[in-house]
Design a protein around this ligand. Structure first.
Ligand SMILES: C[S@@+](CC[C@H](N)C(=O)[O-])C[C@H]1O[C@@H](n2cnc3c(N)ncnc32)[C@H](O)[C@@H]1O
Length: 345
């Protein structure tokens, strides 16, 4: 069973999660109850492939948050769901706050939410951390409408937008499956307007990525009525984007807290962890080449970029009525596509 760990950027992501959850439960003390939802829960710990370091996964981070969450629901597919349940029973025998819901979280979201029906009024945070384009808009709609009392579930969603054009470019059934997943994710086919402009070279690769992120933020704010969204793009060691974490809230305090955490991460966690990863890579290359050095390779300096929040802009509109996907050959290709894997980048 692979444990889904990416690299140093996963560590940065989970450090942001740790900080935000602590601030979230702290800021919600007066509410007297809080709920954590994890739609792609994984296992309690992960082993980082490059350093072999063992790190807490999101379930452990959420269970160890202080002040503690009142209740936590974890969604996972089998067989990982059963493995997670067993591991948590062993690790936390006296902790009865959590539940593991087996199966595709898009299909079982409502079942899982019934476990917190009595806490529908409570401040609730949902971590949505898939490995690909698995999330369905219907799930986001369900979460956005879940809470009573005029507030929304806060969402923190992973969007693997750098991989989208690569897999959309696939011929045949696989390309079409990706297109269907994109429509399910955005809840509409507005993403085709971006794809169309990329195909005609009106948008660069970077602009295309930015448009895919923007479209999801726009939909969250204009269709699900979230007041604030914050995007944070994580890169691999060489600086290529791997995914963007989109935070959505309707609470100004939540927006301010995540703004501060993202700003801090831009200056500290992201350049510092990336620098260590680069040093580790350089050391591993030297070791592999049999080069003996007296001292470890020092971490190279990595410049930081300040986090600047901008509002989402109106997404582009479709120009043509006919689907450009009709141009795809209907013959399935044999390109070895094995699903999304942002870790490839
Ligand atoms: C990137 S890992 C999650 C890691 C975890 N959030 C963490 O930070 O420790 C993605 C997980 O989602 C699970 N998964 C994939 N598709 C799923 C689905 N449709 N519903 C529920 N879980 C799913 C996989 O088994 C995998 O463990």
């Amino acid at each position: 069973m692979t444990d889904g760990w990416g690299g140093w950027w996963t560590e940065a992501k989970l450090e942001i999660l740790r900080k935000y959850l602590q601030a979230f439960t702290q800021a919600s003390t007066k509410a007297r109850a809080t709920v954590y939802l994890d739609l792609y829960a994984g296992m309690p710990t992960h082993t980082r492939p490059d350093t072999a370091g063992v790190h807490d996964g999101s379930t452990t981070i959420a269970l160890e948050t202080v002040p503690g969450f009142t209740r936590l629901v974890f969604w996972e597919r089998e067989p990982t769901a059963s493995a997670l349940r067993s591991a948590l029973r062993i690790r936390r025998p006296a902790d009865d706050r959590w539940h593991v819901v087996s199966g595709d979280s898009n299909a079982t979201i409502s079942n899982g939410l019934t476990l917190v029906t009595d806490l529908r009024w409570a401040p609730t945070f949902a971590f949505i951390d898939p490995k690909g384009l698995d999330v369905a808009w219907t799930t986001l709609e369900r979460l956005a409408a879940w809470r009573t009392g005029g507030r929304k579930v806060e969402l923190w969603i992973l969007l693997p937008e750098p991989a989208v054009e690569r897999v959309l470019g696939l011929q045949g059934v696989r390309g079409r499956n990706t297109a269907d997943q994109m429509t399910a994710l955005y809840g509409c086919d507005d993403w085709l307007a971006i794809h169309e402009r990329r195909r005609s070279n009106e948008l660069t690769a970077d602009e295309t990525r930015a448009e895919y992120v923007n479209l999801l933020r726009w939909r969250l704010q204009h269709d699900l009525d979230y007041k604030i969204t914050h995007p944070l793009t994580l890169t691999n060691a060489t600086g290529s984007p791997v995914y963007t974490m989109i935070f959505a809230t309707d609470h100004p305090v939540g927006g301010d807290i995540m703004h501060d955490i993202y700003s801090h991460a831009h200056v500290h966690e992201i350049p510092e962890l990336r620098s260590l990863a680069l040093a580790h890579r350089a050391q591993a290359k030297q070791d592999a080449a049999g080069i003996l050095t007296l001292f470890d390779t020092p971490p190279p300096p990595v410049a930081h970029i300040e986090y600047v929040h901008t509002k989402p802009w109106e997404p582009p509109h479709r120009r043509r009525d006919d689907s450009i996907l009709d141009e795809m050959d209907d013959v399935d290709d044999q390109s070895g596509y094995a699903g999304f894997n942002p870790d490839d980048f």
